[in-house]
Ligand binder design. Structure first.
Ligand SMILES: [Zn+2]
Length: 491
């Protein structure tokens, strides 16, 4: 009786106070609990780019939160928007980065060499026709539309995939409703059928690292992790500068965009087929290799190697890019990008700033009381040590690559690799000591040197796992950004 009366009261209130026109309409009104996967090709160079649809698929279950269909983060160099065709209402949006977006900032792209990269948009499956648009950022980070297409959900062009019989899904952690959890698909690459058990134990290892790391640990009951396993014909991965080529599940390769340590995959269709065997918000590629390397792209994917001594750092750092859209806070390593952050433009990422107005620090609510902005931190001393290290490191890397290509003896190569490892460890010790003795070590302020640029970009704290190599926490600003992303998927 009581319930009936309550329903009546609520119903009456709705009549008396109709919802305003701009009130968000429920997920179920516009979408089914399924995913529209739109595979795209992104082609261009520094000054021109275009998208074309490759294929579209319908897959069961929408992994995201039905409460958060609109992206409120304003991050990512590209932005997907979906509009209801009849009313014109915006019903879904997502910011993301892509390999193309990085390629566009390289020298070959500036020289007009066009390249094509595959991408995927994951959208809750619409009930009625929609307009899909993709916008790219102008130099000042405003958005310009570069792609628009009407999609009829009843079209026969939308393929309905059968269950992937060659992909085994192995639950690793969590078992909660995908609508209210962050769902992570670990795709194994370079593990043969005989190495399946190694893939499972590696996935469990990295899952535990993530679930124990702050701030992920606070949300661990809402994180689902599954291993998506398709056996690779070969063990390991492709290393072009060393003349090593392998056939693997998603063909991850070092030397992406011409940078030796940059490990990515361009086999997007295979990656999405394998990851899509389980509902997922974000896919990570776990590569069966002992070499140091990886890569992470916001709302796209990340790649890391499973057996390197720095594997914990690489995984958590790259996942920080892919999941939370964090920027690299370091500025002294060799990178392949020119003009990645245009001068005088505030970066989109939450953890670096151009400090255009020092009275309005981007993360002012987290700043230490009384901290000076910018914050001096002994940068000159740090820079001279680091420049020296980077120079020696590049020389050694070059020698190792040349000897491997020329077929030098295993002993010779091992000796050089040991020297590189020792050099890296020595530098790590020096850096840790420098930070431990620094009077500003616990403060949140604005520390100059970030986003590949030594001057004019600032990071929130002296050190962070997005700044230097090693097992260390996220700075407070990165941790807050990750927590906000987690709530976006969970709530
Ligand atoms: Zn940070």
């Amino acid at each position: 009786m009581k319930i009936k009366r309550l329903v009546f009261v609520v119903f009456s209130l709705c009549i008396l106070f109709p919802l305003p026109a701009n009130e968000p309409v429920g997920f179920d009104h516009f979408f089914e609990n399924a995913t529209l996967r739109v595979d795209l090709i992104h082609i261009g160079d520094k000054t021109s780019e275009l998208y074309a649809v490759d294929r579209m698929y319908k897959t069961p279950v929408w992994a995201g939160s039905p409460a958060h269909v609109i992206d409120t983060f304003n991050n990512g160099r590209y932005f997907i928007r979906v509009f209801d065709s009849v009313s014109g209402k915006l019903i879904f949006s997502r910011g993301f980065n892509s390999i193309f977006g990085e390629y566009a900032t390289t020298k070959p792209a500036a020289n007009g060499i066009k390249r094509a990269f595959p991408e995927t948009a994951l959208i809750p499956f619409p009930r009625n026709p929609v307009r899909l648009t993709i916008s790219a950022r102008n130099r000042d980070n405003s958005l310009k539309e570069i792609f628009r297409q009407e999609i009829d959900p009843k079209s026969v062009d939308i393929l309905q995939l059968k269950k992937n019989e060659d992909v085994e899904i192995i639950p690793i952690a969590g078992n909660t409703n995908p609508h209210h959890s962050m769902d992570l698909a670990i795709v194994a690459d370079g593990y043969t059928g005989a190495e399946r058990n190694k893939a499972v134990s590696d996935a469990k290892y990295f899952a535990a690292k993530l679930l124990n790391m702050a701030p992920y640990n606070r949300y661990r009951n809402h994180i689902n992790i599954a291993l998506a396993f398709r056996p690779s014909p070969d063990s390991g991965c492709t290393e072009p500068t060393r003349g090593i080529y392998k056939r693997t599940a998603v063909n991850a390769s070092f030397n992406s965009l011409g940078l030796p340590r940059y490990l990515l995959t361009e086999d997007n269709r295979d990656l999405r087929d394998i990851a899509g065997a389980v509902p997922y918000d974000i896919a990570v590629v776990m590569v069966n290799s002992p070499r140091y390397g990886g890569g992470g792209i916001y709302n796209f994917f990340c790649v890391f190697t499973a057996d390197n001594p720095y594997r914990n750092y690489v995984f958590l750092h790259e996942f920080g890019h892919a999941f939370a859209g964090l920027a690299d806070e370091y500025y002294s390593s060799a990178v392949t990008y020119d003009d990645f952050y245009p001068n005088g433009v505030e970066p989109l990422e939450p953890n670096i700033t151009a400090l255009i107005d020092s009275n309005h620090l981007k993360w002012k609510e987290l700043a230490s009381p009384g901290v000076s902005i910018p914050t001096s931190w002994g940068k000159a001393e740090y820079d001279s040590q680091n420049l020296d290290y980077q120079k020696k490191r590049r020389l050694l890397d070059g020698k190792i690559a040349k000897l491997t290509r020329d077929g030098a003896s295993a002993d010779q190569i091992r000796e050089l690799k040991a020297r590189a490892a020792k050099l890296s460890a020595q530098n790590g010790t020096w850096v840790n000591q420098f930070f431990a003795n620094n009077p500003e070590r616990d403060k949140v302020g604005a520390f100059e040197g970030a986003g590949y640029i030594p001057e004019g970009l600032y990071r929130p704290q002296l050190d962070c796992i997005m700044f230097s190599k090693g097992e260390k926490p996220f700075c407070k600003v990165c941790a807050a950004a990750i927590a906000a992303r987690l709530r976006f998927y969970i709530e």
